[in-house]
Design a protein around this ligand. Structure first.
Ligand SMILES: [Zn+2]
Length: 318
């Protein structure tokens, strides 16, 4: 992506926001899941490296903090951990991006027995543990696959105690979204070499994400009477390989500064009660609202993915 004058102005604006963040200002921590790439099993190492370098190039541009989460299974090729993929993963750490555990095989803690969930967590830390050890660090954060944290209170508390014993802090998400559907549509447009559709999906993505941000701002205002420090979830995919910086520009233009995940979690909001045990992988803001008894039409303003994108991606449900 070329740096246009517009990008440059926004970049300077972002840096200004970054250095002037105050306690009550809107801020967001960016988290990126499914490293090294959400469709790692479908691409060769050359493509994996190409997308990784595009993502890292954009992340590096203005030093916006990112915490990224790894699925160890995506480093496996032909039944064995692939050294080249581990090297590609190391590029993230070399750029100062913290890597957290997102399990080995992305198993839902609502769906599998506790013992299997524990095994998935342990197997998920092999490479990140080794890579972080070189920097005298340990994995700090854990992100639940599908944002599912256990189907009942016993499952959740058992797995929370297990994660605590390994030294993990759970990484919640407040700005949850269905960006994966846009990513799927974008991959399809790439495979068909349809640049018009790629542009269209990219622009729809940015517009959708802006609506999502505004929805969760409303939810924050309604529940907390202020703007909490938000945590955004996006994925390592080809869509963000091309639109990550555009997304950051949009977030900046809506008045946000960027904070680290650690800074976001200092917000008292993250100590709120959560008794949601449903199947949906939903935002923590939604969980807190449901815990307080809000339901049904209260959530009616939550933006949906445009039907045309759903149809093109061949996805029936968000
Ligand atoms: Zn994931």
């Amino acid at each position: 992506m070329k740096i246009s004058l517009r990008s440059l102005v926004f970049g300077i604006f972002c840096l200004y926001q970054l250095s002037n963040a105050q306690g009550d200002d809107k801020c967001v921590a960016i988290t990126m899941d499914d490293l090294p790439l959400n469709i790692a099993s479908k691409v060769n190492n050359k493509e994996l490296l190409r997308v990784t370098l595009r993502l890292l190039g954009q992340i590096d541009k203005y030093g916006i903090p990112v915490t990224a989460f790894v699925n160890e299974e995506k480093l496996i090729v032909d039944g064995r951990r692939d050294a080249e993929r581990v090297k590609i993963l190391k590029l993230w750490l070399d750029q100062g991006i913290d890597l957290g555990n997102h399990t080995f095989a992305h198993k839902s803690q609502n769906q599998v027995p506790v013992a299997e969930a524990k095994e998935d967590i342990l197997k998920g830390e092999r490479s990140i543990k080794e890579l972080l050890a070189v920097q005298n660090k340990k994995p700090q954060f854990f992100r639940h696959p599908f944002l599912q944290t256990g189907r009942d209170s016993l499952t959740r508390s058992t797995l929370t105690i297990f994660l605590d014993s390994l030294g993990y802090t759970t990484a919640p998400v407040t700005v949850d979204n269905a960006e994966w559907i846009f990513a799927s549509a974008y991959d399809k447009a790439i495979s068909l070499n349809d640049s018009t559709m790629m542009d269209s999906v990219g622009q729809e993505y940015l517009s959708y994400m802006q609506k999502k941000f505004r929805y969760f701002e409303w939810l924050s205002d309604t529940l907390f009477h202020r703007q909490i420090r938000q945590i955004l979830l996006i994925h390592a995919n080809r869509l963000n390989g091309d639109y990550y910086w555009g997304l950051c520009q949009m977030i900046c233009s809506d008045g946000y500064s960027f904070c680290t995940l650690t800074e976001a979690l200092q917000d008292e909001a993250y100590r709120s009660s959560d008794t949601f045990y449903g199947g949906g992988g939903i935002s923590w803001l939604d969980r807190w609202a449901l815990t307080r008894g809000y339901k049904g039409k209260f959530f009616a303003a939550d933006p949906h993915v445009p039907q045309a994108i759903m149809d093109y991606a061949g996805v029936k449900y968000e």
